[in-house]
Write a protein that binds this ligand. Structure first.
Ligand code: IPE
Ligand code: IPE
Ligand code: MG
Length: 252
């Protein structure tokens, strides 16, 4: 079943879409506070943005969407906000699971086990199982995720294989180390978007985005919809990606 189209009848831009879009869903707290509401109301409003953007990705032909839901640094927030975010992640994954499954979305989780609430891991695993055979799009839900943590976890696993004699140090190269990341079968990030106006990665997709096109949009996450996504995809279509190569284009 296809997701519902945008009420305006708008269609995605006519460009080759990025295969992998990564989004830092930021600006929830500021959006809520500016309206006289507690930060948690901003997180609640963000659920609809997420479903909108998944629909927009499917319509545009994006094959992988990675979303930053909770970072390894977000444990620094108040116990109340952390508890809210844990409960909320679990509830959203559970309540949206069958809708995502109907849309053909395969859910996968990237993140660290330590500290993450067991009930959240349980729901993520259940969503992974239910949606495992879907092929329309992959939703990579990054929860208790940190780019440096991921690379350190990969290094630890690789070191264990070296110690066990399975891998020789001289065979270690980027491709081999990449096999130890959380989701080694996903393609590199093509388009990295951050909502909410800040211009930093905050430790998202450090390994996976060496040649991503970065876009920072002012809209806070609760105001982000598929139209904002499509604007980014359209701009992506006009960027020249060189991957380190170069071409003579002498002005005449
Ligand atoms: C992003 O919004 C959501 C999470 C980090 C879970 P924030 O909560 O960071 O909102 P701002 O950036 O403070 O407005
Ligand atoms: C990044 O946003 C994490 C998520 C969106 C989950 P933060 O709000 O935590 O990042 P900083 O603190 O502004 O760098
Ligand atoms: Mg923030």
């Amino acid at each position: 079943m296809k997701p519902p189209s945008h009420p305006s009848g708008a269609m995605p831009p006519n460009v080759t879409p990025p295969a992998h879009v990564a989004i830092v869903m930021d600006g929830n707290g500021r959006w809520a506070n500016a309206r006289g509401l507690p930060r948690t109301e901003g997180h609640k409003a963000g659920e609809l943005s997420l479903m909108e953007v998944i629909a927009g990705c499917i319509e545009a032909g994006v094959k992988v969407l990675s979303v930053y839901a909770f970072s390894t640094e977000n444990w620094k927030r108040s116990p109340r906000e952390v508890a809210f975010l844990m409960n909320y992640s679990r509830d959203v994954i559970r309540s949206r699971r069958s809708e995502l499954n109907d849309w053909g979305v395969k859910v996968v989780w990237s993140g660290r086990v330590p500290r993450l609430w067991k009930s959240v891991i349980k729901e993520l695993k259940a969503a992974e199982e239910v949606t495992a055979s879907n092929s329309t799009m992959v939703l990579n839900f990054c929860c208790n995720y940190g780019g440096r943590a991921e690379i350190a976890d990969a290094a630890a696993a690789l070191a264990a294989d070296v110690a066990a004699g399975i891998v020789r140090p001289k065979d270690v190269d980027p491709a081999l180390l990449g096999r130890y990341m959380y989701q080694p079968d996903l393609p590199d990030v093509d388009l990295f978007i951050r909502s909410g106006g800040e211009q930093r990665t905050s430790n998202f997709m450090l390994w996976e985005a060496p040649y991503a096109e970065y876009m920072f949009v002012p809209e806070p996450w609760p105001e982000f919809d598929r139209l904002v996504l499509w604007r980014c995809i359209e701009q992506f279509g006009s960027r020249e990606r060189r991957f380190g190569g170069a071409e003579d284009k002498v002005a005449k």
